[in-house]
Write a protein that binds this ligand. Structure first.
Ligand SMILES: [Zn+2]
Ligand SMILES: [Zn+2]
Length: 324
């Protein structure tokens, strides 16, 4: 079953994911006041396979939210494609309902992050990504519009990360890419990078002191490769977004992922990756699924991955609400 998932379903998911990331839309942001969510008629009626778990979550629905393991979601977006489906207040409510105490949010364009931050500046931890208008995942490293957009925003104290950015190894030498990285590091921002292992190694050649949060555990890399790359770079962390159903197929934590978590308990974080509105629709299910496999690890390790690593990585000053 897992083999079929990897060979047949996973490549489709990856293609869908990569192709949808780059589609700009002109949907306006809804008012920030709470309004009932209206489902856009253009929204897909069926969710991609990766979104819906095939198993019932193992968390007891009767458990009061306060007893659940708190989560720091280190990979979420509120991009334009979600604005007509969920208002900013809807998103905050989803985080509260899932007992997600902090969420690293980056959005295309950045305005989505700002609207959430205005509503809940404690829960929302902003990341800055350069994508806007026709600057996308595929051309930002070479677009003349990238640096002016970042310059306008990057000195704001609200940001803790540059990214999520999609980095392509062939663009590592681009002056625009290198300037963006340099500027981010001067501000002590974490680089939140979507790439494969080869690209992570290339980024460390030009920025050996960077703290990098590697998105999706490399997306297509095996847990063994992820473990090896974590061994190579002590300032590398990784979020497991989009990998959740290979981490725990049928709800049971897989041995190979468990080995990675136990070897590097201090450098793994949780992520949901709400890159399309359907991921927000399934948000509570995704977090419940993550919480269920986290609960199969020793409690100390589960807490590190659930929130402690992210609190440390992003230097959250007051996290007493998570750690009681
Ligand atoms: Zn990504
Ligand atoms: Zn993402």
């Amino acid at each position: 079953m897992f083999f079929i998932f990897r060979t047949t379903i996973l490549p489709i998911i990856v293609v869908l994911y990569l192709s949808s990331c780059v589609t700009p839309s002109s949907t306006p942001l809804p008012p920030s006041t709470t309004t009932p969510p209206t489902i856009a008629t253009s929204a897909p009626t069926q969710e991609p396979t990766v979104i819906a778990p095939t198993i019932a979550p193992t968390v007891n629905p009767q458990s009061p939210v306060s007893n659940l393991l708190p989560i720091f979601d280190t990979h979420a977006h509120y991009s334009r494609n979600s604005w007509s489906v969920y208002s900013p207040q809807d998103i905050i409510n989803k985080l509260i309902n899932a007992n997600v105490a902090r969420a690293l949010i980056s959005s295309s364009p950045d305005e989505g992050t700002r609207r959430l931050y205005e509503l809940d500046p404690v829960r929302i931890v902003p990341g800055l990504r350069p994508y806007h208008d026709d600057v996308t995942t595929t051309n930002w490293e070479t677009s003349e519009k990238t640096l002016p957009y970042l310059e306008e925003r990057i000195d704001s104290p609200i940001y803790v990360a540059l990214g999520e950015i999609h980095v392509h190894v062939q663009n590592i030498e681009s002056p625009i890419f290198q300037n963006a990285v340099k500027r981010a590091l001067a501000r002590n921002l974490i680089l939140h990078i979507h790439s494969d292992a080869e690209t992570i190694r290339a980024v460390y050649k030009i920025a050996p002191d960077a703290k990098i949060l590697w998105a999706h555990a490399g997306l297509i890399e095996s847990p063994q490769t992820v473990s090896q790359v974590l061994d190579e770079f002590p300032n590398l962390w990784t979020d497991i977004s989009i990998r959740e159903y290979s981490i725990a197929p049928n709800g049971k934590l897989s041995d190979e992922w468990s080995a990675l978590f136990l070897k590097h308990p201090d450098r793994i974080t949780i992520g949901s990756d709400t890159w399309i509105p359907e991921r927000w629709t399934s948000y509570e299910k995704i977090i419940e699924h993550d919480r269920a496999w986290l609960n199969q690890l020793p409690r100390e390790v589960a807490e590190q991955i659930a929130f402690r690593n992210a609190v440390k990585l992003f230097g959250i000053k007051d996290a007493s609400d998570l750690q009681k």
